[in-house]
Design a protein around this ligand. Structure first.
Ligand code: PXP
Length: 245
């Protein structure tokens, strides 16, 4: 199990004043000291938080690896191919959304072709590829057919579920993770995971990577980034006891 820390919201605070602090590059150093196994950032088309400068500096300074989240859009794809992060995660993106709201839509054949072409370009540049998708059987199977290395299962519906609905959402994630593994994909998960709700997701054996941002950055405001990451890592590793990794 790898814990990747998304530091977008350090940049969100910076952009609230359009100044130069807090610097996500410094946050990445502290996240790594706290045990983050890679740093995740989303380079949005509108650059509302992470900027090109951040990604370029992170690529030079991060010692673990950078997982770049990006939409299937020419400008950011070109940026990724030229700058070669360790991993690229393709995500859907709408300008008006507060955060990534759903998984990638793969039911439309035109859309699928665009995703397939993007995967090829990223792979040819030596970048590991992942698709952020909902835990839906058809989408998981299509992701494998398109040649992605991994899928990141969207945990937002689980995170937003009422206590009564949570078990059903967990079961969807378990089935999705198991199918992903069966069809040869590495299985990641993320979105909306917190110190309170991460344990059952981290305990799903087939999931090998978690991407967590908002909750960790929120805690970091009070206890510091290094400790916030360390505490999350501890919960995740406790959940893996008995799972075998
Ligand atoms: N994974 C993906 C693909 C995301 O888009 C995000 C949000 O940027 C996350 C994980 C992290 O979500 P959160 O900030 O809710 O932990």
């Amino acid at each position: 199990m790898r814990l990747y820390i998304n530091i977008d919201h350090v940049a969100t605070v910076r952009e609230a004043r359009r100044t130069d602090e807090p610097d996500p590059v410094r946050a990445a150093v502290l996240a790594e000291l706290g045990g983050a196994q890679a740093i995740t950032v989303h380079l949005r088309e509108d650059r509302r938080h992470i900027r090109d400068r951040d990604v370029l500096l992170l690529l030079e300074t991060v010692r673990t690896g950078v997982n770049l989240e990006l939409a299937v859009e020419e400008e950011v794809l070109k940026f990724a191919v030229e700058n070669r992060p360790m991993q690229a995660t393709l995500v859907p993106e709408r300008r008006e959304e507060v955060t990534t709201e759903g998984g990638l839509e793969l039911s439309d054949s035109g859309r699928r072709q665009l995703v397939a072409a993007s995967l090829t370009r990223l792979r040819d540049a030596g970048i590991r590829t992942s698709l952020f998708i909902d835990p839906v059987e058809e989408t998981i199977r299509m992701s494998a057919e398109l040649g992605a290395d991994a899928v990141e299962l969207h945990t937002g519906e689980y995170a937003n579920a009422t206590l009564a609905g949570r078990e059903a959402q967990l079961e969807r994630l378990r089935r999705g993770a198991s199918l992903g593994h069966e069809v040869g994909l590495a299985v990641h998960a993320g979105h909306g995971l917190t110190y309170e709700n991460v344990t059952p997701v981290a305990a799903i054996a087939e999931i090998e990577e978690l991407n967590i941002g908002h909750s960790v950055v929120s805690r970091a405001v009070f206890v510091g980034m290094e400790r916030a990451v360390r505490e999350m890592l501890h919960i995740v590793m406790e959940a893996r006891r008995g799972v075998g990794s």
